[in-house]
Design a protein around this ligand. Sequence first.
Ligand code: HEM
Length: 132
Amino acid sequence: MKGDFRLSRRRTTVAGVDIPAGATLMVLNGAANRDPRHFEDPGEFRVDRDDAREHLAFGRGVHSCPGGSLARMETRVSIERLLDRTTEISVAESHHGPPGARRYRYMPTYILRGLTQLHLEWAPARTPPGDR
Ligand code: HEM
């Protein structure tokens, strides 16, 4: 999730910024996850980061996402199934351009960061999952 909104119930200060009572704030979880002061090379996808569990994609505190465990499980199963059946997965240059100059389109929303389309190329796995 890119971000969400909050209504301040009382006057407060966040990171040196005065927030009046009744203000609508946008909390940018996505930006926090890419904060180089917290995460080393935050733009890189590294599943084995020591601090991977400190991300805020599911929020934190009383309103943290109750669907987080389901979403994590669905993601794990989807990626495992994909890797079981494919090898050499790459982004299709014909649709998204060459490495270093990729072009993607995102859904026009402040809340989610979702691609409208992702074109991939892959080779089938050498041994289909049923034959192992
Ligand atoms: C990758 C998938 C998902 C992401 C990144 C995500 C992320 C989030 C985030 C950031 C929040 C807001 C936390 C806050 O306000 O501080 C949230 C709230 C919520 N999510 Fe998710 N979510 C995901 C999937 C799901 C699923 C699968 C379900 C239900 C099956 C779900 C149900 C909810 C509900 C009910 C809330 C509101 C919680 C509250 O306000 O107390 N989410 N989610």
